[in-house]
Each structure stands twice: as C-alpha cells, then as structure tokens.
Design a protein around this ligand. Structure first.
Ligand code: MG
Length: 371
C-alpha cells in the first residue's frame, strides 16, 4: 500500500479509577493513536506505551516523537508498503518495539479494510489457526490500600461474568490480598508482580501455592530468567513471563531456560502482530500456554487485542475486559461482556468505528504529514 497521509494524536482518557501496579500508577490514560491513509482507505492503531517509560522502552512522549519524526515519514516515503515489511523498513528503530508495532498495526488495519476482511480473519489466515467469534473476559485488579477492597471488586467482576481475576502484587502487598480474593470467589485467580521480587523471596512465592493460582506472572526482573527457572523448579504454580519476552527468539530462550510455562503476549511489547504470531507458533511448539494482555487500551488497541486473542493458539483467558472496566466513554463503540464473552469484531479491519470527531476535538496533541 502507498501511505498517502498520516496523523498522530494523543487523547487523554480519564480512568474510572487509578490503576496501581508494583512500579506504576495511571490516572489519566494518554492514548497515542496512529491514523494512516493508504490506497484510499484508513488504518488505525494504538501505541502500547504508558505515560512514563519503565514497563516499556518508550513513554507516550518519546514514542510520539519517534512516530512523528522517523516511523511514519519513513513509511510514507518508502513506496509500496506491506505490513509484514514494516519491521524491516523501520530497522533503525529496533528496540523501540511499541513504536514499530503501532506503525505496523495501522498498515495492517488499512490492508484488512482494503480487502474487506476482519483483523481476526486476517490473523487466522496468516497463521493457519482458527479464530473464534467470542473470547472469555478477564480482569486485572491493581494494588489497593485494603485487601478487602480488591476482594469486593473481584467478586463484583465474577458476578458480571468475568472468567478470570488477576491481582497485581508486590512485596508486602501479596499474601493478604490473595487470601482475601481467594476467600471471596472460587474463580481462576492469578497474580502479577511486574518484577518486584528478588531471589531471596523464593520461599514466600512458593507459599502462594495454597491459593491454587493459575499462574504467577513476572515475579523477577525482565533479564533474570535464571531466578524464574529456579522458582519454576520449586513450585507447582505455573510461572508466566511478560516483560522478559519481547521476541520469538526470546520465547525460545525462556523455554530453554525452563523459566516459564505460560506467556502473557502483548503485540505492542513484541514489536507487532506479525511477531506475535511467530511467538504463538513457538509457544505451541514448546508447550507454553499463551494469553493476551492489555495496556489499559482504548477501543482502538483493544480491538487488535481481541482479534489476536481469538486465535486457537491462545490457550488461556487473558486480561481483556469490557471497555467500561476502564472508561466511562471510549474512542470506539464499547466492547461489552455478554453471556460471559466479548464478541470478536467481524467488520473490516479492527471492525470498530473510531470516533474521529471526538479524537480531533479532544486531542491534547496532533501531528500530521502536512506539519
Ligand atoms: Mg504483567
């Protein structure tokens, strides 16, 4: 496709409640959106970065700068662009995976809209795996002052039809909250530490076995496969990696080390949807379960998450919630939970109508090829 025009927006969306994890707290989700116009059709994507760098390599500000000054101008002057070639065209941005992923996803959306196929159908076609029409919903709960608050919240979500509850934990904010949630509901319960523990916490992490967790996610630092492997040898709780795995080769390295039996897959973290498909192939080959994580995304990013999560190689319930879990009003029509599942959009591309008028009127920053 020939990129004829591009735009970049940041839109502040206020979360219904602040979201607190071990090393981050988000109150206003500054959503970074890419719009391309190619061969006469639009393509949209959301860049999976948080306001501050840390979880990812870039912040919203640094990712916007790279998209504006490097990624989008490069694609616009590259002649014919195909989504699977974007990562090569943007090789100089290697390492800035969320930036490359956002550029690639916008081109992929435009390709799907041009061809009249949904993103889910295209990912199914590219991978050879079946795509389902609805996915089970999961919810991630942030760290709160009182364990009982988290437990009450968990019970409410389970009542609404959520199939899985994941609780953010950190040293000193773990055992009590897991106990409270476990007592409040018998739903599948998991925990995510965002790398907040160290090797001398192994004993206490092993003691979480009493909660029958579906998995324990990223207890140690992102480069510390050895300690994850040491934990996996000592506990029956499945160890899940998130931050540590940023490529298909990285998944193989983690599997070789015995560092995980579960993967939280985020297409933004691994540099795009095409790499995400390669990782799913490796997960299947290595016997690693996979599920799709979220980034407090608006409907634009959520639509791509849902399309990826619809594939049969995604073997576990992910972190994908309905839109109102985070926002009173979204930038697309809301994703809703109905009969215990979230429908996979079947319209062309992302399959959601992007509220362009709202984006233009509420953007805190806007750049385009014409600037
Ligand atoms: Mg995580």
């Amino acid at each position: 496709m020939q990129i004829e025009a591009w735009e970049l927006f940041t839109v502040p969306l206020v979360l219904r409640e602040p979201f607190v994890a071990a090393h981050s707290s988000v109150t206003v989700r500054e959503v970074l959106l890419v719009r391309v116009l190619a061969d006469g059709v639009e393509g949209w994507s959301e860049c999976g970065v948080l306001p501050e760098a840390g979880y990812g390599h870039d912040s919203v500000a640094s990712a916007a700068e790279l998209l504006r000054t490097v990624a989008l101008p490069t694609l616009a002057t590259s002649g014919s662009v195909e989504s699977h070639r974007v990562v090569h065209l943007l090789a100089r941005l290697a390492g800035h995976r969320e930036v490359v992923a956002a550029a690639e996803a916008a081109v992929l959306d435009a390709e799907c809209r041009r061809d009249g196929v949904s993103m889910a159908a295209r990912l199914s076609e590219l991978s050879g795996w079946a795509s389902c029409t609805g996915i089970p919903a999961g919810v991630a709960l942030g760290i709160a002052a009182e364990p009982r608050e988290v437990a009450a919240s968990a019970a409410t979500f389970v009542e609404a039809g959520y199939a899985r509850v994941k609780v953010k934990i950190a040293p000193g904010a773990d055992w009590e909250v897991l106990r409270a949630v476990r007592n409040a509901t018998d739903v599948e319960l998991c925990a995510d530490a965002n790398g907040a523990y160290a090797a001398d916490d192994l004993d206490s992490l092993v003691s979480f076995e009493e909660f029958g967790l579906g998995f324990l996610e990223q207890p140690f630092g992102r480069s510390d496969l050895a300690t994850h492997a040491a934990l996996a040898r000592r506990t029956v709780t499945p160890v899940c990696l998130d931050e540590s795995v940023v490529s298909a080769a990285g998944l193989d390295e983690a599997a070789d080390a015995g560092a995980c039996s579960v993967l939280n897959l985020k297409w933004s973290r691994v540099g795009g949807l095409h790499e995400a498909l390669r990782i799913l192939e490796r997960c299947r080959a290595r016997g690693v379960d996979a599920w799709v994580g979220g980034m407090l995304s608006s409907g634009v990013g959520r639509a791509a998450d849902v399309a990826l999560a619809s594939l049969s190689t995604v073997t576990m319930t992910g972190d994908i919630s309905e839109s109102r879990r985070y926002f009173d009003s979204d930038l697309t029509e809301p994703f809703v939970l109905s009969g215990g599942s979230i429908a996979v959009p079947d319209g062309p591309g992302l399959g959601v109508a992007v509220d362009t008028e709202r984006i233009r009127s509420q953007a805190s920053a806007h750049w385009s090829h014409a600037d």
